[in-house]
Design a protein. Structure first.
Length: 601
């Protein structure tokens, strides 16, 4: 009898232990079989947890009575999501459920029982395959697996939302999306950032005014794959190479495209749950298109600000992405419509400002007056930009999107306005894109909308005499500087280590085909190598602006590349001088000063 009692007690203890183990396992499971489910009311318990606890999967609240089935970093503040099912259509806070059916389908149902998302609709099995399991891996990948064949039936890595995780491949046909912005591989096999707004679409990264080569990329690849490795380097088949500032192993990272159009890398501080930015695709926020909308100008000082063009006001005072609307009649410019007489239009100069893209006309080797007349005679032309680099270039603008202003900008936009337009009023108050503070003065006349430092073409600004003295003084300094540079160049060139005969031959090549820049010239042109466009194995590419407003991509060769010596560098310049092919970018100039070797295509 005693033996029976002991056996009974042991059985009870074993049962209790089993129940405790089951209860513990149910809260930390990383693999589930068919028939498992989680209701939104039980959201405090995750659906799955990765074996090392880095990632959790379940319901996250994204709004009032709105929930999403997501994967997130367990240790992050506010449970930073890295993947979401049916992201744009959250489910109700009551009665919604995620289920892994016995047929091997992961399904999300709303309050009325309607399936709003399922793995079978996203490339998975359509049902009927029993014995499948679903698990959350340490990589953050949610995977449906056939345990009998060890094959992957479906995985979340194939359907990213706005984030890439280490070891997650990003390939052709995939998209990262945040609002109007997306990361894609384009038809030229180049990884790009795209703005796809309600009215227009445009590529903005890499810098679209540069060729693929100038941006440090190549389109000669067929794999079209990009991946973030475990030490913090983001590599792409188009030769993009970006690395975190905290390069190293053991750090939890993510790459996320955000609603301001930037693509950023973050590292997690596991002790605080906070994130630190360690890389971004865009150096200046205004490089992203569409932030300020139509007929508006983006400025960064030191936060992003938007302002309307002269004679315009915000279309929606709560949303800068809708841009600004003109307070004057723009006329009928339908196809075939005749332009208004020249006396019915004039131009207002908005200095240090340009609008990228949407040209309705382009001309070369023209004067400023000819460019002005071309815009007057072209009804759809709303403004024009005139550049002197490489000869007079005239850009007629139809739609005024992607406006950007900067004190360092060397171009101006000339806006077509009615002749009654008054240009004497002060600058339109710039409003922050994050928190708008807009004037509500309804008595402001529509003609009194003009920025400071904005000029009507044909009228000289005040204090022009003072500027004349300044220019004369600058001219004298320029002559002295040129004499100093010439003397210094002669002295340094006489000390070169390469043989004199070879130097004479290379100097002949330099003067006949390339311009030789000093290190200081290219340093100044790039703003101390501030704006990085791309990098590869041989060096880093920076954006630069030369005299005459010529935009170039300055490639600064890596130190381990330049140690090959002057002789080999000059020999390579000789080869480049002989290249003349339609698909290859010619070199505009170069720099070779001691260890500094740079190319300016």
């Amino acid at each position: 009898m005693m033996a029976g009692l002991v056996i009974g007690c042991l059985a009870v203890q074993l049962s209790l232990v089993s129940l405790l183990l089951c209860a513990f396992a149910s809260t930390t499971q990383h693999t589930l079989g068919g028939g498992s489910s989680l209701s939104v009311e039980d959201r405090a318990r995750p659906f799955l947890v990765s074996p090392d606890g880095t990632f959790s999967c379940g319901f996250l609240q994204v709004g009032e009575n709105a929930f999403a089935f997501s994967i997130w970093f367990t240790a992050s503040q506010n449970s930073t999501a890295v993947w979401t099912a049916n992201r744009d259509f959250p489910v109700n806070g009551r009665g919604s459920r995620v289920s892994f059916t016995r047929d091997g389908e992961l399904a999300l149902a709303d309050v009325n029982g309607t399936t709003v998302w399922s793995s079978s609709k996203m490339g998975g099995v359509s049902g009927g395959r029993r014995g499948l399991t679903v698990s959350l891996k340490d990589t953050g990948n949610l995977v449906i697996t056939d345990p009998w064949t060890s094959t992957t039936v479906w995985q979340s890595f194939d359907w990213p939302t706005d984030t890439l995780l280490p070891s997650q491949p990003f390939t052709r046909g995939m998209k990262l999306v945040a609002g109007y912005y997306s990361l894609i591989f384009d038809n030229d096999n180049v990884l790009r950032l795209l703005y796809y707004g309600p009215d227009v679409a445009s590529l903005y990264w890499p810098v679209p005014s540069l060729t693929i080569y100038q941006a440090g990329r190549t389109n000669y690849n067929s794999s079209m794959i990009a991946v973030l490795n475990n030490i913090g380097v983001f590599l792409s088949s188009d030769q993009l190479q970006a690395q975190a500032t905290d390069l190293g192993v053991g750090i939890k990272r993510r790459l996320t495209i955000e609603h301001d159009g930037n693509f950023r890398m973050y590292s997690l501080n596991e002790s605080t749950g906070g994130w630190t930015q360690t890389w971004s695709a865009l150096v200046q926020p205004c490089q992203a298109h569409g932030l300020c909308g139509r007929n508006s100008i983006c400025k960064y000082q030191p936060s992003l600000q938007c302002s309307c063009l002269p004679g315009h006001e915000m279309t929606d005072r709560e949303d800068w992405t809708k841009g600004c609307s003109p307070l004057f009649s723009v006329g009928n410019c339908s196809q075939g419509a005749a332009p208004p007489p020249p006396e019915q239009s004039k131009f207002v100069k908005v200095p240090k400002t340009d609008f990228y893209g949407f040209d309705v006309g382009y001309s070369e080797s023209v004067t400023f007056e000819q460019c002005r007349y071309l815009c007057l005679e072209n009804c759809p032309c709303a403004a024009f930009t005139y550049r002197l680099d490489g000869g007079g270039k005239c850009y007629q603008k139809g739609r005024l999107f992607n406006g950007y202003t900067s004190p360092k900008y060397r171009v101006s936009i000339y806006l077509k306005v009615p002749p009654y337009f008054n240009v004497s009023a002060p600058l339109i108050a710039a409003a922050s894109a994050a928190g708008l503070t807009c004037s509500n003065n309804s008595q402001r006349h529509r003609q009194d909308l003009e920025p400071t430092n904005t000029y009507v073409y044909g009228k000289a600004p005040r204090n022009s005499g003072k500027w004349a003295y300044l220019f004369a003084f600058a001219g004298v300094l320029g002559v002295l500087d040129l004499l100093f540079i010439a003397t210094g160049w002669w002295f340094l060139s006489s000390k070169q280590s390469i043989p004199s005969a070879m130097e004479a031959g290379y100097r002949n090549l330099m003067t006949s085909q390339f311009r030789r820049f000093t290190y200081r010239e290219l340093k100044d042109a790039t703003g101390n190598f501030k704006e990085e466009l791309g990098r590869g194995g041989s060096g880093v590419v920076y954006r630069g602006v030369l005299e005459g407003e010529r935009v170039v991509a300055v490639k600064r060769l890596a130190v381990d590349f330049t140690v090959q010596g002057d002789e080999e560098f000059w020999a390579e310049m000789t080869v480049l001088g002989r290249i003349n092919h339609i698909n290859l970018v010619r070199i505009w100039g170069f720099c070779s000063e001691r260890k500094h070797k740079m190319l300016a295509p």
